[in-house]
Write a protein that binds this ligand. Structure first.
Ligand code: AP5
Length: 224
């Protein structure tokens, strides 16, 4: 009888500027690969919705487009990665986004003889980011994502999936988006070199239609 092949847990990072499509693609990959999507931004927004101390702390930074301090963010994500649903890996969306976060993740995985297999850098121009985020709408209930021009809901303001109300994120205001881009170039872009040096970086053209981005991502992950 053939011995079942034991697959190594698959940890994939979605890297890219705000609005590059990390959340959209992480959600699709999560379904395709049956791995949990771990989004640090969603965690903070969920905590804010529930008015927890973590949510109220994060709000002070998110409102201006700054990053939440590393110690808080690292502790939150490391704790999430210990849950049983991460036994086969995870799709990390929005984490890490500083060198100390990347280092903490590597050390935590290495302690279990694990590693990051692929870092997908979604490449999108600043102009595309600004126009995408101006038209982004998110469902209050199921977090499904829309874009008024490229991916509109069937009925304006209503989620196709669950009928929930769509809203615009407060940090998608143009001035805040500009600061988020600034923060991305200053604090997150150095991760491109970090992961290139670790031979796990793959560049994906994020300005293609969503389905094409998804196909390129899946091909890159399967080639890992
Ligand atoms: P977070 O929620 O992670 O925001 P972000 O990284 O700025 O990314 P976005 O969610 O804005 O964009 P995305 O790349 O996921 O794009 P999406 O798929 O939505 O973080 C928010 C804040 O939380 C941060 O500013 C920070 O304060 C804090 N935070 C989070 N993580 C942190 C960390 N690790 N450390 C410290 N602080 C942290 O797509 C955007 C739009 O484009 C959508 O409308 C979508 O429908 C559309 N779209 C997607 N793909 C395409 C396509 N191919 N063509 C056309 N439209 C497309």
């Amino acid at each position: 009888m053939a011995t079942p092949v034991q697959q190594e847990p698959l940890f994939i990072i979605m890297l890219g500027a705000p609005g590059a499509g990390k959340g959209t693609q992480a959600r699709m990959l999560s379904e395709a690969l049956n791995l949990p999507q771990i989004s640090s931004g969603d965690f903070f927004r969920e905590n804010l919705k529930n008015a927890t101390p973590l949510g109220l702390l994060a709000k002070q930074y998110m409102d201006t487009g700054a990053l939440v301090p590393d110690d808080v963010t690292i502790a939150m994500v490391m704790d999430r990665l210990t849950r049983p649903d991460c036994a086969n890996g995870a799709i990390l969306d929005g984490f890490p986004r500083t060198l100390p976060q990347a280092d903490a993740l590597d050390k935590s995985l290495a302690a279990k003889n694990l590693q990051v297999q692929r870092v997908a850098l979604l490449e999108v121009s600043d102009e595309a980011v600004i126009s995408r985020l101006a038209g982004r709408r998110v469902c209050r209930d199921c977090q499904a994502m829309y874009q008024v021009e490229f991916n509109p809901p069937k009925v304006e303001g209503v989620c196709d999936v669950c009928g929930g109300q769509l809203y615009q994120r407060s940090d998608d205001a143009p001035e805040t988006v500009r600061n988020r881009l600034f923060v991305y170039y200053k604090q997150t872009a150095p991760l491109v070199g970090y992961y290139f040096a670790h031979s796990v970086l793959v560049n994906i053209d994020g300005e293609q239609p969503m389905e094409k981005v998804r196909a390129d991502l899946l091909a890159a992950i399967r080639a890992a």
